[in-house]
Write a protein that binds this ligand. Structure first.
Ligand code: NAD
Length: 427
């Protein structure tokens, strides 16, 4: 992560542009430009060797006019309150654009799980919940996994919450393990959702998926499942890029015949880091981390982190690129957006493309409330319907009003949230 980059400033700039397009009134603009509530706190943890270390935790509730807050918890050494603010704001728009009855929140802890034992991670999770036990809940604010957090972290958090409140609250948190209140299909949901929208975009452009070639940044949860479904549809992925923990640098792993997810997983750690020493033995070329963006491909899928497509590196994007499907949150800066729009590349914006995760989290909540769990096919079928219908609404508006796809998605989402605030009498 580039320390000079401010994700919240970028999220506000995107919002301001939309507020201008729809002529939003001053009070609603002021309300939606900032989070409604923020928590920043210390989590003291006894480490395995007996010494104490204090970690910084965050929860930001951007807006809950349409329903309880919803959003992941990220563990990252460079996490900041501004990143969490931005991510919470994007969650508000994400839930609104797919039209699920939830608001936007996000949380995080400044830590690097690469260097923490299981026990230390468990104590961080429990400490995070202890501080927030009165400010989150199934009807207030519902956390979920994000970068470097997983189903096990969610279960520890749920267990702590239930111990404090003295009852079972499976709807507190989503992304739980299947069999412990988790939904089938949640692991696949974000990556599959990216590809459902990509499939629809290619259909509108009249390009058969099986004639396309893609390059992907990231090889974590989102990227792995996006690649799997895209390949099932007949597409070819020639490279993935990921972060190398030992070199503290990113690399691109390329195989012109097409990458094989299972083969790569055999040399990938649980954080989505590929073992650089073993990759050449499996036939992968190792290129600099930024090269994934400059390949001769039809489709780009950034699925790592924010601030990856910038004014500088977007200039070298191949003229062959027709679609960018943003799996990550906030991968593209407003300056890069201008270049993408000028070149006529079809953009599927982050809070639409990667809304599959939160949509399935919403299904998880519904199943928890019913205490009745659906088969995987049913979950994925409902997910496909929701994602396809959200994509088509944005695409239609973009066409009708000649808007850039990100702006069209913003217009739909911000209008829905602004209306909810007005209907409640807040502004
Ligand atoms: P993850 O932790 O499973 O994987 C992240 C991947 O990005 C890893 O392969 C890592 O090596 C790679 N990476 C990190 N820094 C990099 C860099 N500088 N250059 C290249 N690669 C780098 O995370 P994830 O859950 O797959 O999430 C990825 C993105 O998608 C994030 O922006 C996240 O907020 C967003 N997202 C995730 C979900 C979800 O359900 N997991 C839902 C919506 C959005």
């Amino acid at each position: 992560m580039d320390k000079s980059f401010n994700a919240f400033a970028m999220a506000q700039a995107q919002f301001d542009k939309c507020a201008d397009i729809i002529g939003l009134d001053a009070a609603t603009r002021e309300l939606l430009r900032y989070p409604m509530r923020e928590y920043s706190f210390a989590i003291p943890v006894k480490m395995d060797d007996g010494h104490f270390q204090v970690f910084r935790g965050f929860r930001v509730q951007h807006n809950d006019a349409r329903g309880p807050g919803k959003g992941g918890i990220r563990f990252h050494p460079l996490e900041t309150i501004d990143t969490v603010r931005a991510l919470s704001m994007w969650m508000t728009w994400k839930c609104a654009v797919v039209d699920i009855p939830l608001g936007g929140s996000k949380g995080g802890v400044v830590c690097d799980p690469h260097n923490l034992s299981h026990g230390e991670q468990e104590r961080i999770c429990r400490g995070w919940v202890r501080t927030l036990a009165r400010d989150i809940g199934p009807l207030r604010d519902v956390p979920a996994p994000d970068v470097m957090t997983n189903a096990q972290h969610m279960l520890w958090m749920l267990d702590e919450y239930e111990a404090i409140h003295g009852a079972k609250y499976p709807g507190l948190i989503t992304g739980k393990p299947v069999g412990m209140g988790g939904s089938l299909g949640r692991t696949e949901a974000t990556g599959y959702g990216v590809v459902y929208t990509l499939r629809e975009a290619l259909r509108l452009l009249g390009i058969p998926v099986d004639k396309t070639v893609a390059s992907v940044q990231g090889f974590g949860n989102v990227a792995q499942y996006a690649i799997r479904l895209y390949q099932q549809y007949g597409g070819k992925v020639i490279c993935v890029a990921c972060w190398d923990q030992y070199d503290q640098a990113a690399y691109t792993y390329r195989k012109m015949d097409g990458v094989d997810v299972d083969e790569l997983l055999s040399i990938t750690d649980k954080f989505g880091g590929i073992d650089k020493k073993q990759a050449p033995g499996l036939g992968y070329e190792i290129l600099p981390g930024g090269d994934w963006l400059h390949q001769e491909v039809d489709v780009l899928i950034p699925a790592a982190l924010e601030n990856q497509l910038t004014a500088e590196n977007i200039k070298k994007m191949s003229k062959r690129v027709k679609v960018i499907a943003e799996g990550a949150n906030g991968p593209t800066t407003p300056e890069a957006d201008k270049v993408i729009a000028e070149r006529g590349v079809y953009l599927i914006p982050d809070f639409l493309a990667n809304a599959g995760g939160v949509t399935c989290s919403y299904f998880e909540q519904v199943q928890c409330n019913l205490n009745y769990y659906w088969e995987k096919d049913e979950v994925l079928h409902k997910l496909d319907q929701k994602m396809t219908s959200a994509f088509l609404s944005v695409a239609e508006l973009a066409k009708a009003r000649r808007l850039y796809m990100r702006d069209a998605a913003y217009v739909i989402a911000v209008n829905r949230v602004a209306q909810a605030c007005k209907d409640r009498g807040w502004v």
